[in-house]
Design a protein around this ligand. Structure first.
Ligand code: GLN
Length: 242
């Protein structure tokens, strides 16, 4: 860790924070504090520079136009790219995930360059949007329990050789490629289509980011009663036929 306190950077809350993605910042912050880890949360609006000294960067989902504006601004700013080059941990959701890739289709129907921090690229699905609850089994190397989340996207994300799928869906569309993959990851950079917010439904994901930031293999256990209740409810709901 670069500072005595864990620095959690929430990128562009004014443009990218749909379906409660703010909750990801709150949950990471809370799970760290519960372990007596000092946390500084830095909310970076789109008219501000992205600091390069963060430990964990969170970037959320967004509608098509804010997504284009965010991509333009992040390309100009280059702070997130430099942070990534320095080994920062980045967790991205939906529009944020697409922005981390090589390109996506913007609100004008044009190919918009992303940041190229993940070897993925996104096209626009011709059919119905992928909308609804998702259940997915995570890449076993990450040692995480089943993921539950909510997706709502038109984009379809294709994975290159430089990433692995984050998970495999048993319910929902995930990357939308029809091969059952959901999200992508490499080293300390993660992308997912899951809102929910994903950290509230899957606190083990927040813990994974904290462990990576601290370079530790385990954290002291903390109470998960409310998270477990939410997980049980959403997992049961996602198994119901629509
Ligand atoms: N605008 C993007 C899409 O529809 C991302 C949507 C989102 O972030 N929920 O694919």
């Amino acid at each position: 860790m670069s500072e005595s306190s864990l620095r959690v950077v929430w990128v562009y809350p004014d443009l990218l924070s749909t379906y409660g993605d703010r909750g990801n910042a709150l949950v990471v912050e809370r799970r760290a504090r519960q372990r007596n880890i000092a946390v500084t949360r830095i909310d970076v609006r789109s008219d501000q520079a992205v600091p390069t000294s963060g430990d964990i960067y969170l970037i959320g989902g967004g509608e098509d136009r804010p997504q284009r504006l965010a991509a333009e601004r992040l390309r100009q700013d280059s702070g997130l790219t430099r942070a990534s080059e320095n080994g920062a941990i980045i967790f991205s959701v939906c529009a944020g995930y697409q922005i981390l890739g090589h390109e996506f289709i913007n609100d004008l129907g044009e190919r918009e360059p992303g940041l190229g921090l993940l070897d993925v690229w996104s096209t626009r699905g011709e059919g119905a949007r992928n909308v609804g609850d998702v259940l997915a089994d995570v890449d076993p190397r990450l040692g995480l329990p089943q993921l539950t989340g909510f997706e709502n996207h038109q984009g379809i994300t294709h994975l290159g050789q430089g990433v692995s799928p984050l998970a495999t869906v048993s319910v929902g569309g995930g990357n939308g490629t029809g091969d059952g993959t959901e999200g992508a990851w490499r080293d300390t950079v993660f992308g997912t289509y899951l809102h929910g917010p994903v950290m509230a439904r899957n606190p083990a994901v927040a813990d994974m980011l904290i462990k990576l930031a601290l370079d530790v293999g385990a954290l002291p256990p903390v109470d998960t009663t409310w998270y477990d209740a939410l997980r049980a409810e959403r997992i049961a709901a996602s198994r119901q036929p629509a």
